[in-house]
Design a protein around this ligand. Structure first.
Ligand code: ADP
Ligand code: MG
Length: 269
């Protein structure tokens, strides 16, 4: 072995020893896991250096995206399985599939902090539709948080009691879209109403809110006992908003009907 090859072999070994440390320091776990095998393949098959580097970076980016998606889905608390591909648009004649798909695929309304409101009776598919839009937005890189309105109100009230309401509202700011499910479900007292109102004001024209509600606006004085507050809240929510009217019969009930008919039908002779 000549002196030159000896130096080069020693250098290669020294580099190989340093690479994992440097990859840890740079937080590139996928490249750290794959580089040795890929380097061997690359040497064996005589890849140009560009191809080797490109392959490593591609793997790192793909896994980073997978991890990001998994984290965003877990953080969102969206009901799993309620995607737009599972939603039967034919069952809701008042909602256009093209319109919903455009909302799910467009970033501008989210960037501008516009809102989305879905109204309809129980079982109409409001939660499913909003969750489907939420899942689609996560795929596009947005951050979404789904919560029953009453649970979020409890959380905000607890924060107010501990004098950390501004901090709690700021935490919600990292979500581009907040889905408040069953907004009009329960009558609230003054304290509950005021945290909800503060949340709406805080996000107004900055960050989007999506709401599902059984009761239309006319009945919202049940939601906000103070009339002036109802008007102010509705005003902010609808100022830049898309409204989806889902006045259809319960999907659950309709889905149950054929089965019930089948069960009660006389057996074929
Ligand atoms: P709502 O929130 O209006 O009370 P949900 O979204 O909870 O109604 O819908 C009730 C059930 O029916 C859920 O299991 C949901 O997945 C299903 N569902 C409702 N509408 C549809 C639809 N158009 N296509 C598929 N499933 C639907
Ligand atoms: Mg619902």
């Amino acid at each position: 072995m000549t002196a030159t090859t000896l130096t080069s072999t020693t250098r290669t070994a020294a580099d190989a020893a340093r690479v994992p440390l440097m990859l840890s320091e740079l937080r590139l776990p996928t490249i750290k896991r794959l580089w040795a095998d890929l380097a061997e393949q690359s040497n064996r098959e005589g890849w140009p250096a560009q191809r080797f580097l490109g392959a490593l970076l591609e793997h790192e980016m793909a896994e980073r995206e997978t991890r990001r998606l998994a984290r965003a889905r877990a953080d969102s608390q969206l009901p799993p399985g309620k995607s737009l591909s599972e939603f039967d648009f034919a069952a809701v004649s008042t909602v256009s599939k093209a319109h919903v798909m455009a909302l799910a695929e467009a970033d501008s309304w989210i960037a501008q902090g516009h809102n989305l409101l879905a109204f309809g009776p129980p079982g109409a598919g409001k939660t499913h539709l909003m969750a489907g839009i939420g899942h689609a937005l996560i795929e596009r890189g947005h951050k979404v948080l789904f919560s029953r309105t009453s649970e979020l109100v409890q959380r905000l009230q607890a924060a107010r009691r501990d004098l950390r309401l501004p901090a709690e509202l700021a935490k919600l700011d990292r979500f581009d879209l907040l889905v408040l499910d069953d907004f009009s479900y329960a009558k609230r007292d003054q304290a509950e109403t005021s945290v909800l109102f503060e949340l709406i004001c805080e996000r107004y024209e900055r960050k989007s809110i999506a709401i599902t509600a059984n009761a239309p606006f006319s009945e919202w004085d049940q939601v906000f006992p103070d009339k002036a507050m109802t008007v102010a809240a509705v005003d902010r929510l609808v100022h830049h908003a898309t409204i989806l009217e889902m006045n259809v019969e319960s999907y659950r009930r309709r889905a149950a009907l054929p089965a019930r008919r089948q069960r009660s039908a006389p057996a074929a002779q």
